[in-house]
Design a protein around this ligand. Structure first.
Ligand SMILES: [Ca+2]
Ligand SMILES: [Ca+2]
Length: 621
């Protein structure tokens, strides 16, 4: 018996030593893994480094048992399948495959392919009659007054279960779409959710049929990303977002959400936002302030649901930065014709997408950021402090103004205008773009419920020093050509050492592009959205092969060191701030901790997949 046991142990040892070598796991995983229900078994999403060769990628797939299924070309993300053996827990198999891919030197990152769900709660069908009288939500948001000024314009992409394009309330306004669930050109609705959502945004009004939407003249781009049971993969949603942005959408409606944040979804969102598309998403129906995705991303306008008394709907997610729109008992278009009624943030979301269409009808030149600002600021207070306020369509339409009609010149005095000057000669000055960065960062902070940062003269000196250094010496990073660090530059500038950190961006031609890039990167975003930050300095310079060099230096407030001689007078508008709060401990893998004099602070750099590391300045442990 004893011999048998020894033999068994020996066999086990031999089996163990025969296992193929597995690359080491990454040192840390910087976010909690989501619950098991939220992923697709046998699929993961992988981003290879841009310098990876086809041969290298093929070797990785072969050694790890993966197979490339398709590629989201614009994002450079591969959908990879792998076999899950019958006796293995599919979730653990997915985590292990993700970890093995992540450990490859030619992989930037890998993640599970998560699932998102439609956010509507269907109610009873109502008779197929013209039902405007039941549409309480339209007078509530002052849509009738807005229709006197415009009935809208522009393309709204509806990423959902598809669309019943034969419904009379969409006649003549449905563009050719795509079905990313079944891989065909017919995004027919096999569930009903998408048709309800599209009608809330854009059903034809005043046509004697069914219901009225908010934007009567918007074109609808149907993109099917949810299946017949109302769920969809992040990979399909990301493909749909990219496709819609590339096919003329000015607005993308996302009445869906998943509990997991994911790189693939975020990169798709940033791609569309970077192309000037407004993304509007349902906040979720979980009655929590915990974000759902894509609603939780900085570049997405999240919409909560309110009721007839402007209170938050019982099911609605909330957040102080979010707008609300009616989402209880909403009459809208039904699959197969006629009218249906439903509740959910899925119904609140398209009212805001329709609002964006009305704003575009009033002023087609509005940027996505301008649309968002008008929608978020032109709200009524509502009756619930858990959200920013309930949208008011009329106020927003008035706020964006009529299109200025050109003043006719008297015929006799008309002279040919000079050749337009190249845009380079009318570039904003560095001070202008530095201010733009501040405004954009503060918009992102407001969306996250955080206090605005104040431009601080000493930090401006530190930030401009780094941007000028990068421009003059043609590099992109945190260590200056003179050996200075973010921390030493803050101290040199005379700011008391309660500094937080520095972000740099290289090669982004506009303030908006630089801020979008920062917000799309978890490390940079964490610095700029740090709850403990009070002050900021922004520096901008041009030069070198990068062309455009941006630096933001943040501090916890407290103003200049009393003994130092400031080289720049702090701005007059600066208001007193509370005593500095301790800097948040950054997450990630500490790669190096240096302790520069005078020893009050430490620089902690986090390894990034490509480019310079993210560095934070923290109080020394
Ligand atoms: Ca189809
Ligand atoms: Ca109608």
């Amino acid at each position: 018996m004893k011999r048998l046991r020894l033999l068994l142990i020996l066999i086990i040892i031999l089996l163990s030593s025969c296992r193929p070598a597995v690359p080491p796991l990454p040192a840390t995983i910087d976010r909690p893994w989501p619950s098991r229900r939220d992923f697709v078994s046998g699929l993961i999403l992988v981003k290879f480094r841009s310098d990876a060769t086809a041969k290298g990628i093929d070797q990785v797939h072969r050694s790890l048992g993966g197979q490339a299924e398709r590629r989201i070309e614009a994002l450079g993300i591969d959908v990879v399948s792998f076999t899950v053996a019958g006796e293995v827990d599919p979730w653990l198999a997915t985590l292990e495959t993700v970890a093995r891919y992540t450990a490859s030197t030619i992989v930037e990152w890998a993640e599970p392919d998560y699932l998102a769900y439609a956010d509507a709660i269907p109610l009873a069908l109502v008779p197929n009659d013209p039902s405007y009288s039941g549409q309480w939500h339209l007078p509530k948001i002052s849509a009738p007054a807005a229709w006197d000024l415009t009935t809208g314009a522009g393309v709204i992409a509806v990423l959902d279960t598809g669309l019943d394009a034969a419904h009379a309330d969409f006649a003549g306004r449905v563009l050719p779409g795509w079905d990313f669930v079944n891989g065909d050109a017919n995004p027919a609705d096999d569930q009903g959710h998408g048709t309800m959502v599209a009608g809330a945004a854009a059903a034809k009004g005043n046509n004697g049929v069914a219901v009225a939407g908010v934007c009567w003249n918007c074109q609808i781009l149907p993109v099917k990303v949810l299946n017949s049971s109302g769920s969809g993969t992040y990979d399909a949603i990301a493909q749909g977002i990219v496709w819609a942005a590339d096919h003329g959408a000015r607005v993308i409606n996302l009445s869906l959400g998943g509990s997991s944040s994911a790189q693939t979804l975020q990169e798709a969102v940033n791609y569309a936002w970077g192309k000037g598309v407004l993304l509007v998403a349902a906040a979720g129906n979980s009655a929590t302030s915990t974000p759902m995705y894509p609603a939780g991303y900085a570049n997405v306008l999240a919409v909560a649901a309110s009721d007839q008394n402007d209170r938050l709907a019982s099911f609605s997610n909330w957040g102080t930065g979010k707008v609300s729109a009616p989402g209880v008992g909403i009459y809208t278009t039904a699959r197969g014709g006629g009218v249906s009624s439903a509740s959910g943030t899925s119904l609140a979301c398209p009212l805001v997408s329709g609002e964006a269409g009305l704003l575009l009808g009033r002023n087609p030149g509005l940027t996505a950021a301008q649309l968002r600002t008008a929608i978020e600021t032109q709200v009524d207070p509502g009756n619930d402090s858990r959200v920013r306020g309930r949208v008011n369509v009329y106020k927003a339409v008035v706020a964006v103004g009529p299109i200025p009609s050109p003043t006719p010149s008297p015929v006799g005095s008309w002279t040919p205008t000079a050749t337009p000057r190249p845009s380079a000669t009318v570039q904003p000055t560095p001070v202008d773009v530095e201010q733009q960065v501040l405004v954009l960062i503060n918009q992102n902070r407001a969306s996250a419920g955080l206090a605005a940062l104040t431009m601080e003269g000493h930090l401006v000196v530190a930030a401009r020093r780094q941007s000028a250094d990068m421009a003059a010496n043609n590099f992109c990073g945190h260590t200056g050509s003179d050996g200075s660090t973010p921390g030493s530059r803050i101290v040199d500038a005379g700011y008391p050492y309660a500094g937080l950190g520095e972000t740099v961006a290289c090669g982004y031609p506009t303030a908006e592009a630089a801020v979008v890039a920062w917000m799309g990167s978890p490390g940079h975003k964490a610095i700029l959205l740090d709850a403990g930050a009070r002050d900021i300095g922004v520096g901008y310079a041009e030069g070198g092969t990068y062309g455009y060099l941006w630096t933001c230096t943040t501090g916890t407030g407290g103003g200049p060191v009393p003994t130092a001689t400031p080289t720049v007078v702090p701005t007059a508008t600066r208001t007193p701030v509370p005593p500095p709060t301790p800097a948040a401990t950054p997450t990630g893998t500490p790669m190096a901790t240096r302790t520069p004099a005078p020893g009050q602070y430490c620089l902690r750099c986090l390894k990034t997949a490509s480019g310079p590391d993210d560095c934070y300045v923290i109080p020394c442990p």
